[in-house]
Ligand binder design. Sequence first.
Ligand SMILES: Nc1ncnc2c1ncn2[C@@H]1O[C@H](COP(=O)(O)OP(=O)(O)OP(=O)(O)O)[C@@H](O)[C@H]1O
Ligand SMILES: [Mg+2]
Length: 346
Amino acid sequence: MTILFELQDVEKSYAVGLGPRKGLFGGRAPRRLKALDGVRLSIAQGDSIAIVGESGSGKSTLVRLMLGLEPPSDGRLRYQRTELASLDKPGRQRFAKEVAFIYQDARGSMNPRMRVRDILIEPMRLYGLCAPAEEAERVARLLERVGLSAAMADRFPAELSGGQVRRVAVARALAAEPTTIVADESVAGLDVSVQAQLLNLLRDLCEDMGLTLIFITHDLGVASYLCERVAVMYLGRIVEEGPTGEVMRAPLHPYTSALMRAFPSFDRPLKASLSGEVPSPIDLPRGCRFASRCPDVRPGCRLEDPVLTRRGEGEERTVACLFPIGVTAVQGVALSAQMPTMEAHC
Ligand SMILES: Nc1ncnc2c1ncn2[C@@H]1O[C@H](COP(=O)(O)OP(=O)(O)OP(=O)(O)O)[C@@H](O)[C@H]1O
Ligand SMILES: [Mg+2]
């Protein structure tokens, strides 16, 4: 098993204004917001992993760091055993070719003045993947691969539907012949049938081409349909990770359990299933960051900050909770009734 990404206690904090004045004439220290705090994750070649969590939990920040767009403030972030931040120029170029990103705003990520053909040719030329005479043939093959007709090559992004423009975004990602695809909310906002078609496409591509997939989503249904593993984020930390089916059948972290209860609409605040306030990422509490909302909080939870830990030797599942819930303890959740119905749409 080749490990592609390895994150050890990765932190990312941002300066967000000044704190209160210390004394009458004292200075004001800058306040820092912890977007990521102690993230542990390893992704092997060929994995498909969904990163899920509420808005503001740090998913996009994590992706920006994994794409090398921003450096971590602390911790280690390695790609193929090399610290991402210390890759030299050829290493960076190889990384950019191997790891393709599909933006959430597919249309906005394309130059509106370029035709689809030129959008697809750009990465081929950048990485010297084929001779000019082969470009047209490659464009046609890519469009076919994502279920679009060759005639689409002449269109501008504004002349494409929402589903078509996302397919072009997938084709552009594939044009660089990557080994890994990272996608941030790539099917959000589409109607269910178009979403299902795109998910099918991504799943087939990953299977056929042996691609590694890192998929950010709000939607547990999408996560379970597309990805073999799931990582659940809460306030800048992965709090549970493991095979998607197992995690969804029997969550170990009370937060995952709450997400399951809120499914399929946990992009709205989890008021219905969780009381208590979400702590501010500028002022994280001592102890477990989920304690203020946890239905099973115990005194020790406010003292010790649980890190993501493997449950036992040879176990595939990890959880950041001092008192993980038992396998049968997902109270009141009729999982069979709540499991995603994507198959029905495909
Ligand atoms: N450049 C920045 N400066 C200051 N704070 C930031 C910055 N980028 C992100 N944050 C903060 O970091 C936290 C995590 O943000 P992030 O965008 O990663 O969340 P997310 O899980 O992707 O949310 P969403 O589901 O809404 O896209 C938020 O509190 C956000 O306000
Ligand atoms: Mg985001």
